[in-house]
Design a protein around this ligand. Structure first.
Ligand SMILES: CSCCC(=O)C(=O)COP(=O)(O)O
Ligand SMILES: [Zn+2]
Length: 214
């Protein structure tokens, strides 16, 4: 990292450390199997720190974090950024308050995405933990988590996400057979949202198992 680069290299090192520590914990929970998942934080109003594509997310080092601009182009690095970079940069570009984006592939997220892809959303209702989402003051609310069809063509996926974002504030979405995107103003908030989604998906799946055949 050199001072000639168009971003603050000290801040990059700080964010890289934060990503490495948090992602290692998420990986230990089994939420990033087989090199899946990707993670980023806003560096400034034009750049984000993001994971290099294909790396084992449980063993990230500083060399596995790189910088992209909000067009998804690598800045000051020969590495290839996450294949899903566009799904990160579209949020940073559109919402200045978004500071961190976490994408994971846990079993609960993947199974839930399969189960609710037909409906196009998964309804979470009546849970105290709904208050974990910024803006929710009470459990007496319902949150419809969108489930998008998967695609290897990121502009197609990004266009679907953009259409969802037009509807109002949201903190995450599922992609069918793939995983969850969750975000927040900073790492702590994004992680709180991610953990709340994961817990609530687990509750819904468990309820389905317990009530199957009744
Ligand atoms: C082996 S997982 C397939 C790609 C994916 O969904 C993912 O989250 C990881 O892609 P990246 O390019 O960010 O490593
Ligand atoms: Zn993925």
């Amino acid at each position: 990292m050199s001072d000639a680069l168009p971003y603050d290299s000290h801040r990059l090192r700080h964010l890289a450390g934060e990503i490495i520590t948090n992602v290692r914990e998420l990986s230990q929970l089994g939420w990033t199997p087989a090199t899946s998942s990707n993670f980023s934080e806003r560096l400034d109003d034009r750049h984000a720190a993001i994971t290099v594509s294909g790396r084992d997310k449980g063993r990230l080092t500083e060399a596995d974090i790189m910088v992209v601009d909000f067009d998804g182009q690598a800045v000051g690095s020969d590495h290839r950024p996450s294949a899903e970079t566009l799904l990160h940069t579209q949020l940073y570009r559109r919402f200045p308050e978004v500071g961190c984006i976490l994408h994971t592939h846990s079993r609960n997220q993947t199974v839930a995405s399969r189960l609710f892809s037909g409906a196009g959303h998964m309804r979470l209702e009546g849970y105290e933990l709904l208050k974990a989402f910024r803006g929710n003051e009470t459990h007496e609310t319902a949150l419809d988590v969108p489930v998008l069809p998967n695609s290897q063509h990121m502009p197609t996926l990004a266009a679907q996400v953009d259409a969802l974002l037009d509807r109002g504030p949201m903190w995450g979405y599922l992609i069918d057979g793939h995983g969850l995107y969750a975000w927040g103003r900073d790492m702590a908030e994004a992680r709180r949202h991610l953990e709340a989604f994961e817990f609530l998906f687990g509750c819904e799946l468990e309820l389905r198992r317990l009530t199957a055949g009744h």
